[in-house]
Design a protein around this ligand. Structure first.
Ligand SMILES: Cc1cc2nc3c(=O)[nH]c(=O)nc-3n(C[C@H](O)[C@H](O)[C@H](O)COP(=O)(O)OP(=O)(O)OC[C@H]3O[C@@H](n4cnc5c(N)ncnc54)[C@H](O)[C@@H]3O)c2cc1C
Length: 474
């Protein structure tokens, strides 16, 4: 009897996905597609620089030879998508977690901001706010009232409002705005209180503080970002089957789904994800593919400055501190053990929304900050500054104004093969690593949706406690 020969099962060819940009948004897109849709896509990531990580990166200081981050990056406990990405790749132990913050005001004793572990959210914040010794009782009452009003108003109802006028009409005096709202808003949103959208401020206080225990925990990488993101995270993503190509500057993504690089190569793809910053995307993608890109390209950015300081002795053993009422806003002690102790004791001072600070001559800025450190940490008076460097990225983050919020596009575009990722996409988050990772998941979801009609959910955030669910409007 003749054997019946069945036709060989032909495997469906894999769809080719090209991701342009190897920041956290591009890396998150790649991880999501490679992990959840393993074997269905052939994924390549093209990054212009010699390392991945984008703005979450590091440099080698020439004099000390030390690798330090351009600017200290911190995550918060509420950044569940960023933390989830690291955890899935076995990197969650590479962050220090702190459950309290120390606030230094030049005229008051140190305040320790530590939410209660026992009170239900959002009341767990009450003892923390009450411990801010540079605010008087009336100012603390003002804050509680405004927070309550924010919780009871959904972000949709806040429309395109600015934060500062709303705070003023909700009983916040000048000092409360300057020493409380502004301090938190500037470091969380990277922009000054008079420019930011009220919806963004609500996001910070609801998601970042009020909604759940642990939301306001601060997480600091235990190693330079170039090692964590550019190194270990990227290697883990490559192991999932993603091809990462460095030094590939993409010049153009054309309507025929071809991607042209600066060295003259043209690569064809089934799907292209543009994961470049908001000011670069308009030049790359086909004309009219996405609404508002011309406006986004010229939308204002906000600078963040990192002052890198090497002393000959320790000036404080605190891992970090928030400085109130000074030019310096945060100070971080080097978060990893140093093998070259001879190079000095490293601290980084961060100044967000540094428009005025960066206009000062570098030496003058360093002198001002040194005076502030001497006041906060008297040991600084005995220390010699052996090396210093000021690094400012003028386009650190987009300025999160109501106008910018209205321009943010979804990942999906009118071209079925073109998708957008980047912290600037409509994630609902300010320019953060969390927003970049969420946007990567949104771009991956858009690819999957166009290809198979399936869906991919963004991680929902920390679970809300019973009281928070009742008190805080969605
Ligand atoms: C000074 C500073 C401090 C910050 N502090 C914090 C913080 O404490 N916490 C926090 O959560 N976030 C912080 N952020 C924000 C955070 O770094 C960003 O939100 C996040 O890294 C953005 O990731 P992304 O992938 O969207 O964009 P990017 O990191 O900008 O990545 C885009 C990538 O695309 C590449 N690219 C661009 N054009 C091309 C091209 N033509 N071809 C190929 N590749 C291209 C770039 O080289 C880059 O690698 C800070 C940012 C700065 C600058």
């Amino acid at each position: 009897m003749n054997a019946v020969t069945r036709p060989a099962r032909v495997a469906k060819p894999k769809k080719r996905v090209l991701i342009v940009g190897g920041g956290l948004a591009g890396l998150a897109t790649a991880e999501c597609l490679a992990r959840d849709y393993s074997g269905r896509f052939d994924i390549s990531l093209l990054e212009a620089k010699r390392t991945t990580g984008g703005r979450a990166g590091s440099f080698q200081e020439s004099k000390t030879g030390r690798t330090v981050d351009y600017c200290q990056h911190v995550a918060m406990g509420c950044c569940t998508n960023f933390l989830g990405l690291l955890a899935r790749q076995g990197l969650d132990d590479q962050l220090h977690r702190y459950t309290s913050l120390k606030f230094f005001h030049p005229e008051y004793p140190v305040s320790i901001f530590a939410p209660s572990r026992w009170l239900p959210a959002p009341f767990h914040l009450m003892p923390a706010f009450s411990s801010l010794r540079y605010l008087n009782r009336s100012q603390r009452r003002q804050i509680k009232y405004a927070l309550f009003r924010l919780f009871r108003t959904s972000s949709e109802d806040l429309g395109g409002s600015l934060a500062k006028p709303w705070l003023e009409t909700h009983g916040q005096d000048k000092v409360t705005i300057r020493d409380f709202w502004s301090v938190i808003v500037v470091s969380a949103l990277g922009e000054s209180i008079d420019r930011v959208s009220l919806a963004a401020v609500r996001k910070v206080f609801v998601d970042g503080f009020a909604a759940a225990h642990g939301a306001s925990d601060v997480l600091v990488p235990k190693l330079p970002l170039v090692e964590l993101i550019g190194g270990q995270l990227t290697v883990a993503i490559e192991k999932l089957g993603v091809e990462v190509k460095l030094g590939q500057v993409v010049r153009q993504i054309s309507t025929d789904k071809n991607v042209a690089t600066a060295d003259g190569k043209v690569v064809a793809a089934d799907h292209v994800v543009a994961a470049v910053p908001w000011h670069a995307v308009n030049d790359l993608v086909p004309e009219n593919a996405v609404d508002n890109l011309e406006c986004l390209a010229v939308a204002p950015a906000s600078p963040i400055s990192g002052l890198h300081l090497w002393f000959d002795r320790q000036i404080t053993d605190l891992p970090h501190a928030v400085l109130v009422g000074t030019v310096a806003q945060w100070v971080f002690r080097q978060p990893w053990e140093d093998k070259q102790a001879s190079a000095g004791f490293y601290y980084q001072v961060v100044i967000s929304a540094s428009q005025s600070a960066r206009c000062l001559p570098q030496q003058e800025l360093i002198e001002i900050v040194l005076g502030e450190l001497q006041h906060a940490f008297p040991e600084t008076r005995r220390a010699n500054l052996v090396q210093s460097k000021v690094v400012t990225d003028p386009k650190s983050v987009f300025s999160i104004t109501p106008e910018f919020e209205a321009l943010r596009p979804p990942s999906r575009t009118c071209l079925p093969w073109l998708h957008l990722a980047g912290d600037w996409v409509a994630t609902g988050w300010p320019a953060t690593m969390e927003s970049a990772v969420i946007s990567g998941r949104m771009a991956a979801a858009s690819v999957v949706q166009r290809e198979f009609g399936g869906n991919l959910e963004v991680e929902a955030g920390l679970p809300l406690g019973w009281l928070a669910r009742r008190l805080i409007k969605p």
